[in-house]
Design a protein. Structure first.
Length: 332
């Protein structure tokens, strides 16, 4: 069933549920806000559909409820944190704020996070910094799981390993959030739960054949990297980069063989004012945005859109500030 709910009620309800599961008020509100932001951006597999899974993790003790990340290393512009399996939506929001603060001093700032819990939708962290004029990148991987095989191989090795960026312009920011695989594990889970097929041959079975059957992931198959069987070396290469940026710089990952659902994260913030200036930056990004939008589409096709722009436009209309949900599914 497709039902819409008002933003304030959803935020209050989700935060209350998380507090009831043991999270302190401030952390619960940050997690609820991050999940709801994902839904507002259209990433419904990584929004409030995850709330039930998070509650189970809190109940099992596999998501920590209180305390702060521990600083492992700190060298001015960069820092490494051990999140101690605290809620990843909260710890990543803290890391974005810290990286942005350091960027204001050094021109760029970076925080690598090890042993975080799941961080949900990467784009949800980026609109506010972009509106403040900061360019922020977020990378994530899960060293405890594997859904994506290396190009040319059959055995899954990596996760979808998303890359996200919030790019300031003179108007609405450009929000990019893409995985290095064709789609996400959460989308596979939702499609399996619905008894449906994938929109394309996005999976590879255990024998190496491309298929639209999502259930192959439970029988030794994998999610194909961006480019599929034809040009999958590109997605594979990007996936390797994300693993190095997150687990490598954080100093904790697959080599330690973790078994609990979580994330390795890298946040990088840039202050354009410390480079060629904020005005010069948005002049360039604004020009690029407009020339992309002005590119004529093929006959009977919609105009060119910029990532997240239609959603951001909708959110400016209070009467449309509501969330729509599909069937919930596990993200793993």
């Amino acid at each position: 069933m497709d039902t819409r709910f008002g933003y304030p009620n959803l935020l209050e309800c989700a935060a209350a549920v998380l507090v009831g599961a043991g999270l302190p008020d401030q952390i619960a509100l940050a997690v609820a806000s991050g999940l709801l932001e994902a839904d507002l951006l259209g990433h419904t597999t990584h929004g409030l559909a995850l709330l039930g899974d998070y509650i189970k993790e809190l109940d099992r003790g596999t998501m920590e409820k209180s305390g702060d990340p521990v600083v492992v290393a700190d060298y001015g512009a960069v820092s490494v944190w051990d999140a101690r399996r605290l809620p990843g939506v909260w710890t990543t929001a803290l890391a974005v704020a810290e990286a942005e603060k350091r960027a204001g001093q050094f021109g760029l700032g970076a925080v690598a996070i090890r042993r975080s819990h799941h961080i949900a939708c990467l784009a949800s962290f980026l609109e506010a910094p972009a509106r403040r004029g900061s360019l922020v990148l977020v990378f994530s991987s899960d060293p405890s799981d594997a859904h994506v095989a290396p190009f040319g191989g059959l055995a899954p090795v990596m996760t979808p390993n998303p890359i996200a960026a919030g790019i300031p312009t003179a108007t609405d920011p450009i929000l990019i959030d893409v995985s290095t695989s064709i789609t996400t594990a959460a989308m596979f889970g939702r499609t399996i739960a619905a008894g449906a097929r994938l929109p394309g041959r996005w999976a590879m079975d255990k024998d190496g054949a491309a298929t639209d059957d999502p259930s192959v992931i439970r029988a030794g198959g994998s999610i194909l990297p961006i480019g599929g069987l034809d040009h999958g070396h590109k997605g594979y290469a990007l996936g390797l980069l994300v693993e190095a940026l997150t687990q490598g710089l954080g100093g904790y990952g697959r080599a330690e063989a973790p078994t609990q659902w979580g994330a390795a994260v890298l946040v990088i913030a840039f202050s354009p004012g410390r480079f060629s200036g904020g005005e010069a930056f948005v002049r360039e990004t604004g020009w690029l945005a407009e020339v992309c939008r002005a590119s004529p589409p093929p006959p009977d096709h919609s105009p060119v859109r910029l990532p997240a722009r239609p959603v951001l436009h909708t959110r400016r209309t209070p009467s449309r500030m509501a969330c729509r949900f599909g069937r919930a599914s596990s993200s793993r």
